[in-house]
Design a protein around this ligand. Structure first.
Ligand code: RIB
Length: 305
């Protein structure tokens, strides 16, 4: 089973000529409502590729219309949402601006996500066959508790270090690394994590190598159009290219990589295959507006055909 424990949001998205800086206002012709949240995005990405019935989502939404539709969307995508709990706080909402190059800026109002509680997850979820997927949009202590329970049961932990918190301490990174099997980060996140534990590196591969060694884990760094690299604890580095595309909206590309990668790790394929599938899925996702709409099904991944 792939268990995603994380955030569930509704995304309100505006296409803008330029992403505004501090003190600036820009006008957009309209806005769209999409399903989002890094956790929910990763669950949907995994469900599009994994065998039916393999993906469960745990997290919190509010007792509101956004919460109703977020749960309906998970179910419609084949994700088991029985572990999504209603909270008194509103469903998480992300305010997203996308520029003509497909780049984005995101503000997340966390709401119910910050009440996620690992203590509510039944023990039966944690076993050697469990692949737990985590991000950084629910309280760190709760994500860490779920990671430790998975590790204790000999399961596999995939932790996507996104978004990097403003205050990422040495202790947090050390605890995270100790409870993780696959650390997923973009270039900035990997360097921030390495710096937090005193391993400042300017180069992605060097940062990944230090993190992999420090945590005795595999560190994957995603770099958009440059593809992805994976460094294992023994220092071996593998790379996968990204398909050439003209992106429409990069929102959710990292989540798509993470979900597709998790589906592949759950199947037990070689690391190189998992990297390639992640890159291909993420590239396809960038061709459609919104985080989830463009996530490919298994049939659309050429390396799995
Ligand atoms: O990674 C993209 C996601 O980040 C969006 O869907 C938004 O909800 C934020 O969580």
């Amino acid at each position: 089973m792939i268990l995603v424990f994380g955030s569930i949001n509704i995304d309100l998205v505006a296409q803008v000529p330029v992403i505004p800086g501090p003190g600036r206002t820009v006008l957009a012709p309209s806005y769209q409502r999409h399903f989002g949240g890094k956790g929910a995005n990763q669950a949907v990405a995994a469900a599009r590729i994994a065998a039916p019935g393999q993906v469960r989502m745990a997290g919190r939404v509010g007792r509101d219309g956004f919460g109703d539709s977020a749960i309906e969307n998970l179910l419609a995508n084949g994700v088991d949402a029985a572990l999504v709990v209603r909270a008194d706080e509103p469903t998480g909402c992300a305010f997203i601006t996308v520029d003509p190059a497909g780049e984005n800026a995101i503000t997340v109002a966390s709401g119910a996500n910050m009440t996620a509680n690992a203590g509510e997850l039944p023990a039966v979820l944690f076993g050697a066959g469990t692949v737990l997927v985590l991000q950084m949009e629910i309280p760190f202590a709760q994500a860490l508790a779920a990671a430790r329970r998975t590790h204790s049961a000999s399961g596999t932990v995939i932790w996507n270090l996104a978004p990097v918190p403003e205050e990422m301490t040495r202790e947090m990174v050390t605890e995270l690394l100790a409870a993780t099997d696959f650390l997923l980060a973009n270039e900035h996140e990997a360097r921030d994590a390495a710096a937090a534990i005193g391993l400042a590196r300017s180069d992605d591969e060097a940062a990944a190598m230090e993190l992999a060694r420090a945590g005795d884990l595999t560190c994957i760094v995603t770099a958009g159009a440059q593809g992805a690299l994976a460094v294992t604890a023994d220092g071996t580095c593998q790379r996968a290219p990204a398909p050439r595309i003209v992106p429409v909206d990069t929102t959710g590309a990292g989540d798509t990589f993470a979900g597709a990668f998790a589906a592949m790790i759950h199947e037990g394929v070689p690391l190189q295959t998992a990297l390639g599938v992640g890159c291909e899925a993420a590239a396809q996702q960038c061709l459609t507006p919104g985080a989830q709409a463009g996530m490919p099904t298994r049939a659309k991944i050429s390396s799995l055909a």
